[in-house]
Design a protein. Structure first.
Length: 455
């Protein structure tokens, strides 16, 4: 998912939120919503589909506001029912507020059962609603309520909360999901999952919200609170590998640059071992790594695959059938480029194997002599519980098969994954979650472990 907020802006706040969310659309395409405040009341509009399908100019004008928060949804926890679409609106005698959340609360089930037993009634099935209930239940100032609630939550979260006149940004203590704050206008602020959304609203990055930190934005400026000292910096490696846009910076590392260096590392591991004629990247997320591979190996970078830009992200389609059709609609081979060539094909990751299998087939049908597949990340052998790859062991091809079996399944002439060490070297940081490659999770897993983890 993607979250975005603007506070105290001179333009229509909903319109800025719309533009910001539009730059985050790649983070979720199933649903979206915006809540706006004019300092008096909080109003919300949300729906299913892409932003452009949900909002028109009249709706944005009607929402208006000087502050706004919004969300683009990729459902990893809870289904895609309208009740789960965010912002989650809390209408309470103590004041209304809106919540947007990216990530996955691993102890949501436990907390929900406890709250339901106290008589609280939930609207939907998403883990994000738990946050809203916890805040409403606590006592103290609003920021104290948030701090108490955040201390109950385990897992991955970056969330933004908006009351009628304040905004809060919160990150989990392991720093799994990104959230950055920026200046906008004279005295306005902006919070975003990714820095790429700042450019479009003319915002300038201040800094990342730290793991275990809450920022309070009010008419007297910014205040930062550390809600726990048990912190780690475990930024999701998949944010760099696949999820984020190349023009975003995460923890001050540019995503395109990180991917490009992972391409360098792949080429270094191959040096002198494989012969190929051209390097081809799978658009869009693997182009940076393919450029890196070409730079390091000296092999020419070619446009062997073209993407139809009117098809969204195939992986983010809920069913396998939709995903397979998606890949077919999305990519085609450039016959004149790939015919009779030995191709070094670079992709960012293999999850179920759907994409790679189809692409190798495409290239061979177009006359490629050999297709060598290089993956800019290690083999995904474990499920993610933090809101990215929800796959179970059964779905994850590398959990079931060896590298050689995966190679045979996708029909490649050779297959190699980047090692964890090379990935760390390429990104230039050890502050990463690598759990889906290693199985070492930074948090307890609670009841999720029983359903998904292989004993
Ligand atoms: P597969 O087809 O193997 O199931 O999925 C891998 C492909 O899906 C990669 O090409 C990657 O670019 C794309 N993809 C889309 N969404 C995600 C995601 O959330 N995680 C990962 N690892 N890959 C994704
Ligand atoms: Fe990211 Fe993998 Fe960690 Fe999930 S398990 S947060 S996808 S690195
Ligand atoms: Mg891809």
């Amino acid at each position: 998912c993607g979250v975005f907020g603007v506070y105290n802006v001179s333009d229509n706040a909903s319109s800025l939120a719309y533009y910001g969310l539009h730059a985050l659309q790649h983070r979720g395409q199933e649903a979206a919503g915006i809540a706006a405040s004019d300092n008096q009341k909080v109003e919300c509009y949300k729906g299913k589909g892409l932003l452009t399908e949900i909002f028109d100019t009249q709706t944005i004008d009607r929402l208006g506001g000087v502050h706004a928060v919004g969300h683009v949804r990729y459902s990893t926890a809870g289904g895609n029912e309208i009740e789960n679409v965010q912002p989650i609106m809390v209408r309470a005698h103590t004041g209304n507020f809106a919540v947007v959340h990216n990530g996955n609360i691993v102890n949501a089930r436990e907390i929900r059962i406890e709250l339901e037993n106290e008589g609280r009634i939930f609207q939907g099935t998403s883990d994000s609603e738990v946050i809203a209930h916890l805040i409403q239940k606590e006592t103290g100032t609003f920021v104290e309520k948030i701090i108490k609630a955040a201390n109950r939550l385990e897992g991955a979260f970056a969330f933004i909360i908006m009351t009628k006149d304040c905004m809060y940004g919160i990150r989990d203590k392991n720093g799994l999901r990104p959230l950055t704050i920026a200046n906008v206008d004279e005295a306005g602020y902006c919070l975003s999952s990714e820095t790429c959304a700042f450019n479009i609203v003319n915002a300038t990055t201040i800094r990342d919200i730290e793991p275990g930190e809450v920022v309070r934005i009010a008419d007297d400026g910014l205040k930062f609170f550390q809600y726990t000292t048990e912190i780690q910096n475990k930024m999701c490696a998949m944010e760099y590998i696949y999820f984020s846009r190349p023009d975003s910076n995460i923890n001050n590392i540019n995503v395109h640059t990180a991917r490009r260096y992972s391409g360098h590392m792949l080429a270094r591991e191959d040096k002198g071992k494989v012969e190929a004629d051209i390097v081809v990247g799978v658009p869009d997320s693997s182009l940076s790594a393919a450029i890196g591979y070409s730079e390091e190996s000296g092999l020419p970078y070619e446009l062997g695959l073209i993407k139809n830009r009117y098809v969204g992200r195939t992986f983010i389609q809920p069913t396998q059938k939709q995903r397979e059709r998606g890949v077919r609609m999305k990519l085609s081979a450039v016959r004149d480029i790939v015919k009779d060539k030995r191709i070094m094909l670079i992709d960012d990751s293999i999850v179920r194997g759907t994409t790679s299998k189809r692409i190798v087939q495409l290239l061979k049908e177009a006359g490629a002599k050999e297709v060598h597949v290089r993956i800019g990340s290690p083999a995904i052998t474990h499920p993610c519980f933090y809101g990215v790859d929800t796959s179970t062991y059964e779905e994850l091809i590398s959990a079931r098969m060896s590298v050689e079996e995966v190679r045979a399944y996708i029909g490649a002439d050779s297959l190699k994954f980047l090692s964890c060490d090379s990935l760390v070297e390429a990104f230039g940081t050890k502050d990463l979650c690598l759990s889906c490659f290693t199985g070492n999770y930074p948090t307890r897993l609670f009841s999720l472990a029983k359903t998904l983890v292989r004993e």
